[in-house]
Design a protein around this ligand. Structure first.
Ligand code: AMP
Length: 635
């Protein structure tokens, strides 16, 4: 079957299609019912089937590929490469699982993992799902406050962390951030398990709460921990992502549907057979990292290459060298990653033997034409844009070289993948938009396997955030899109207050809330502004209280420090302006879009609702004078 036929079956006869795909994984008990939509907009896949992600990623491969590499964890920060076979990975995961069990972790308990991109992060994730515990990986670039908010929502029994990460040769201690987060959290875990990499000699352990992993690993190295079979719809993990409010959403993933969707994506989208290698340059802290650094390649019996380090160190050929060494067939990265390489000598693209490499997938943010051209011309490889969200867990729009490759149309991630019936509709009337016209991208229910099942402990927020926008329980992607006459979809940016910095999703409200914690700040608005390297960066506009005094630059610098302190370096503002008024409607609503338009030199649109027409003039003057601080000022 070609793409059209398979896709059509996946949406017209979902039960037939997905019953067939369910065979891609092992089940302890087969599903009794393929799809249950009795409580819309919720849907349950493979009801009654019992399975386990760790079994599908590891145990079932031992008979055939125990000595094949399962993961290769490369760190150009510590100069250590660890090649780990399926047999060894199985051993490590059992030891980790036994350690968690000894700490009292059981089925349904949450475990927060705050780690750099290292092998132990993978061991910890697989160990959790092996015993039916629910992991919640928090990206290592997030700061203490962010970590504390996630801890309070997930209420973990245990937190797993490393002593430190490294970036560009600099040690970044993690443990002090964990200590600060636990001091702030209302629901701190009873235990902290620390993987000591020997990077931070000053690391301090809290007696009775903190334990080093190495001696526990030693103790449990020969333990065999049986897998805990879960009903297909029981949660495997939580992954927090930004929304329109300051409180992150705990995207909850199921077990069976996720495993089936990933298994299918490995062959049809990523064109990988068991035994072949995939390099995914993401971090395990992001959705892409969960699905294609860990679960996808392992479920597919492939070798996953995990990378800790910069794309340019020790030199800009590092990713291509990994492709040569491990005969990588499919590479997965982000447009920002490639834009960083594009600033370097193009010769690096030709220095290594890339004959095994077939496909380069890029996701997470819009892929601009110059970056696409540079990469496809320079490598001679097919570059495939794909679109997804933390919520979907796997690509929702993509070309499928493993099934039947349609011609690439730069700027478009292509067509819906299996089970995604998508429409582009008018944001006011909900009517379908004709080809060539912009509208909101929506998914008709039911969401396919692999997509989020709810927001952790907040069904109501799940329904309101995604299904409350249009009639017919349509899932709103909260992205603008347009389709061309041939059905290629183009993504045009978010409809909400979420911005995309280097492929990472940040809520402008979270940044505003951190700036507002400074006593000198009266009001603040944060918008995303186009950035050549990172796609977008946060721009801060603030008004100060009268008593703040005259030194606006000092306050702006304090704002920058506060954002980094509370949210982490990922959220560092690109530019900060202190202004006398913010543009608001008469009813007091901030006009973020007009701020963004003025900053990007575009028409701010209809200003008839503006309360104080002079406010935008003040904004223009501040922009013309240049930002008071932020990394753009330094650039
Ligand atoms: P995240 O949940 O962090 O993966 O962010 C998801 C958001 O990133 C989407 O809603 C889009 O706004 C954006 N995005 C992801 N992939 C693409 C793509 N290929 N092209 C354009 N935007 C994308």
């Amino acid at each position: 079957m070609g793409y059209e036929e398979s896709w059509k079956q996946s949406v017209d006869e979902p039960e037939v299609f997905w019953a067939e795909q369910a065979r891609l994984i092992d089940w302890k008990e087969p599903p009794r019912q393929i799809l249950d939509v009795s409580r819309p907009p919720f849907r349950r896949w493979f009801v009654g089937g019992t399975t386990n992600l760790c079994h599908n990623a590891l145990d079932r491969h031992l008979a055939e590929r125990a000595d094949q590499l399962a993961i290769v964890a490369v760190s150009t920060e510590t100069d250590i490469t660890r090649e780990i076979t399926y047999r060894e990975l199985h051993r490590e995961v059992n030891a980790f699982a036994a350690t968690l069990v000894a700490l009292g972790v059981g089925k349904g308990d949450r475990v927060v993992i705050y780690m750099p991109n290292i092998a132990e992060a993978v061991f910890a994730m697989l160990a959790c799902v092996r015993i039916g515990a629910i992991h919640s990986v928090v990206f290592g670039g997030f700061a203490a406050h962010n970590l504390a908010m996630r801890i309070d929502d997930a209420e973990p029994a245990v937190l797993v962390c490393a002593d430190a990460g490294m970036r560009g040769g600099k040690v970044i201690p993690y443990k002090p951030l964990v200590d600060a987060a636990l001091a702030e959290a209302n629901a701190p875990p009873a235990h902290v398990l620390v993987v000591d990499r020997g990077l931070d000699e000053s690391m301090h352990l809290v007696e009775g709460r903190d334990a080093l992993y190495a001696p526990l690993r030693e103790k449990h190295l020969h333990a065999d921990v049986p897998v805990t079979w879960l009903e297909s719809n029981e949660p495997s993990y939580l992954l927090y992502t930004s929304g329109t409010t300051g409180k992150p959403k705990g995207v909850q993933r199921d077990t069976g549907g996720y495993a089936v969707a990933l298994a299918l994506s490995m062959t049809t989208i990523f064109d990988l057979a068991p035994g072949q290698a995939m390099l995914c340059t993401s971090d395990v802290g992001w959705a892409v990292g969960h699905s294609y650094n860990v679960y996808g390649p392992l479920i597919g019996g492939c070798t996953a290459i995990l990378y800790e380090g910069l794309p340019t160190r020790p030199d800009p050929g590092i990713w291509w060298r990994l492709c040569e060494t491990y005969k990588v067939r499919t590479m997965f990265s982000s447009p920002t990653g490639i834009r960083i390489l594009k600033k370097q000598d193009e010769e690096w693209l030709r220095k290594y033997d890339l004959s095994a490499l077939r496909w380069i997938f890029l996701a997470g943010e819009p892929l601009d034409q110059p970056t696409y051209d540079w990469l496809s011309r320079g490598t001679g490889k097919t570059v495939i844009d794909n679109y997804w969200q933390t919520e979907t867990g796997w690509p929702a729009l993509s070309l499928m070289p493993g099934l039947d490759l349609k011609p690439v149309r730069p700027g478009s991630p292509g067509f819906p993948t299996f089970g995604y019936r998508m429409r582009v509709i008018d944001d006011v009337t909900g009517e379908d938009k004709p080809a060539g016209e912009k509208g909101v991208l929506v998914i008709e229910p039911p969401l396919p396997p692999g997509c989020l099942s709810t927001i952790w402990r907040d069904d109501e927020r799940y329904v309101r955030s995604y299904f409350g926008h249009f009639k017919g329980s349509l899932y709103s992607s909260l992205d603008w899109a347009v389709r061309d006459a041939d059905g290629y979809t183009f993504i045009l940016g978010r409809t909400d207050d979420v911005i995309n910095v280097a492929g990472h999703r940040l809520g402008t409200r979270e940044i505003e809330e951190s700036v507002a914690t400074l006593g000198e700040v009266a009001e603040v608005a944060v918008v995303g502004v186009a950035d050549e390297l990172k796609g977008q960066v946060p721009a801060v506009f603030a008004t100060l209280k009268q008593e703040a005094g005259g030194d606006a630059t000092a306050v702006a610098q304090a704002m920058e420090r506060r954002v980094v302190e509370l949210l982490g370096g990922v959220a560092r503002p690109g530019c900060i302006y202190v202004v006398s008024a913010l543009p608001k409607t008469r009813s007091g609503k901030l006009l973020r879009r007009s701020l963004q338009a003025v900053l990007e030199g575009r028409d701010p649109g209809d200003l008839s609702t503006l309360d104080d027409p002079g406010a935008l003039e003040g904004i223009r003057r501040a922009i013309a004078a240049g930002p008071l601080c932020g990394h753009r000022r330094e650039a």
